[in-house]
Design a protein. Structure first.
Ligand SMILES: CC(C)(COP(=O)(O)OP(=O)(O)OC[C@H]1O[C@@H](n2cnc3c(N)ncnc32)[C@H](O)[C@@H]1OP(=O)(O)O)[C@@H](O)C(=O)NCCC(=O)NCCS
Length: 237
């Protein structure tokens, strides 16, 4: 059995098993503390019930504050320890983010993932502008299919977005399966964060988006996003 609970800033002292992955960025310590202070309910860790090591975590936020027309949920980091992949954890954490970002989350106290779920079987980057405070902590109840039940309102944002290296095929395919599509390609988004190499696809990032229910006309997504090239400056503008 594993538990999803709020990310604690001290989790960074024991998440090396998750972060020693070429696709996962490790930020400075204050970065995680800042997120947990401002968006505690958007930052969660998965921990074994009987084994205190970190199995997975999600760092996320929503910005700029509503009623700004760009108000959106943003996935900054999502990483699953290698031995815990393909068990539905990423799906579960993304469901949580979408519940918190959308208008109809289904959230309640305490989240437990049955052990047999395990047996059968970073995303963000520099996107760190518009800091602001938000929200109460929340834990989620997740059933065996990864859906959540409960009664805490979401922030009713227009969309959820994330950045992913253009050559992170597994993650891109996973997000597409979850309903995300490329909104634009940010050239050199990962400049200075080479890590896994420096080919064009390693340095560029796809900005992927999924409309939330509030965006009923789908005006925040586009279908030719891979052809839209922008610079990082245009993203921060
Ligand atoms: C990418 C990553 C987060 C996936 O986590 P995971 O826990 O293995 O994913 P899940 O088991 O929850 O799978 C989620 C969905 O994606 C699908 N999926 C997983 N890998 C896939 C692949 N290579 N191709 C297509 N679909 C895939 C699964 O089938 C599942 O769909 P379903 O819920 O309909 O069955 C994980 O491999 C990881 O941590 N990678 C390193 C860090 C990273 O790249 N993070 C993303 C940066 S933006």
């Amino acid at each position: 059995m594993s538990m999803i609970r709020p990310f604690d800033p001290t989790d960074i002292l024991r998440f090396n098993n998750v972060n020693s992955d070429a696709w996962t960025a490790t930020y400075h310590n204050g970065y995680y503390a800042s997120y947990t202070a401002q968006w505690p309910d958007f930052c969660v860790a998965v921990e074994g019930a009987f084994d205190p090591s970190i199995k997975a975590y999600m760092i996320a936020k929503h910005e700029p504050p509503a009623p700004d027309p760009q108000h959106h949920g943003h996935l900054t980091a999502l990483s699953i320890a290698p031995e815990y992949r393909s068990l539905g954890l990423a799906r579960t954490l993304m469901n949580l983010l979408e519940s918190l970002s959308g208008s109809n989350p289904r959230i309640s106290n305490h989240n437990h993932i049955p052990e047999d779920e395990h047996d059968h079987s970073n995303c963000g980057g520099h996107h760190d502008h518009h800091p602001h405070a938000h929200g109460d902590e929340a834990e989620v109840e997740v059933d065996s299919e990864g859906s959540q039940e409960g009664n805490i309102d979401g922030v009713d944002a227009w969309f959820v977005d994330l950045f992913v290296r253009c050559n992170n095929k597994r993650a891109i395919e996973m997000y597409e399966k979850m309903g995300y599509s490329v909104y634009r390609r940010v050239v050199d988004y990962y400049h200075g964060m080479e890590g896994i190499g420096s080919t064009r696809d390693e340095l560029d990032g796809f900005d992927m988006r999924k409309s939330m229910p509030k965006d009923s006309t789908k005006r925040y997504v586009r279908f030719n996003g891979k052809d839209i090239l922008v610079s990082p400056d245009q993203v921060w503008a």
